[in-house]
Design a binder for this molecule. Structure first.
Ligand SMILES: [Zn+2]
Length: 265
């Protein structure tokens, strides 16, 4: 399946750098976690987006150094596996990597809180190879409302939030709308001049969870030329840590089946 002329397979989100920094060997098939080099090859993946995720409770002063540590780890990992994996900062680099039989590694950041409300930080991350930013996570920042926020302090994006989106468009960074509240999604779709994505979201029509996208949002993202990456784990209304932590696909599908059954589907 890999390297067919027609099919280019991309996975838009993983948290593998956390495992690597905890000592997981990327070059071997691991018992814990969903992703490593053998499984990327077996899965026929042409491009993998590696997210540097930062929890919202991390203190402001520690956020930027933490992201840099994750980026150091990602750069080291790519360099150590240079025969099989190469960094992609542009679409032409991704095409070149594929022609050379290599998997493209794209770096992203999950949780715009790490910018500490500073556009220079965004530029700094761009210069280190980061090409996508998930604007928010489960806690709203001072400039972007999270889908988990039941009492939003403002509507979607502030003026600074719009600045972030504009600068990302200027630099050539992909705006990632997963975790964003509907008001933030709408604000981004209004001002985005380049394709936007939702790297790991599911479908609200199938399961009414705040992390899932409505048909209108999916159409809006598609209209920018962007795309939606569907979680292989499940985002359901079944109480659990609903993503990043699905123990097995059979459990995920059981949860999905329960979710759908509860909605007479
Ligand atoms: Zn996430």
């Amino acid at each position: 399946m890999n390297n067919s002329d027609q099919l280019f397979t991309a996975d838009l989100h993983c948290d593998t750098i956390h495992r690597i920094l905890q000592g997981a060997d990327f070059s071997r098939r691991n018992e814990i976690g969903h992703l490593d080099l053998p499984r990327l090859i077996e899965g026929g993946i042409d491009l993998q987006v590696f997210a540097c995720f930062t929890e919202s409770f991390i203190e402001a002063k520690d956020r930027v150094p933490l992201v840099h540590r994750m980026l150091d780890g990602l750069h080291r990992t790519v360099e150590a596996h240079g025969e099989k994996v190469a960094l992609a900062r542009t679409s032409s680099e991704a095409a070149r990597n594929r022609a050379a039989g290599k998997i493209s590694a794209v770096f992203s950041i999950e949780n715009g809180l790490v910018l500490n409300d500073n556009l220079d930080t965004l530029r700094q991350f761009y210069e280190r190879g980061v090409r996508s930013l998930t604007l928010t996570h489960n806690v709203s920042s001072a400039w972007c409302i999270s889908s988990a926020d039941e009492h939003p302090a403002f509507d979607g994006l502030t003026a600074f939030g719009r600045e972030v989106v504009r600068m990302m468009d200027e630099l050539g960074m992909i705006v990632d709308l997963s975790h964003a509240a509907p008001s933030a999604v709408a604000a981004v779709l209004e001002i985005a001049t380049r394709p936007v994505i939702a790297s790991h979201s599911c479908v609200r029509a199938l399961c009414d969870h705040h992390r899932n996208l409505t048909d209108e949002q999916i159409r809006g993202i598609a209209a920018t030329g962007g795309m939606v990456g569907i979680n292989s784990g499940v985002i359901s209304t079944v109480p659990r840590r609903w993503h990043h932590s699905v123990a097995s696909s059979s459990r995920a599908w059981a949860a999905m089946a329960r979710c759908m059954a509860s909605r007479n589907m």
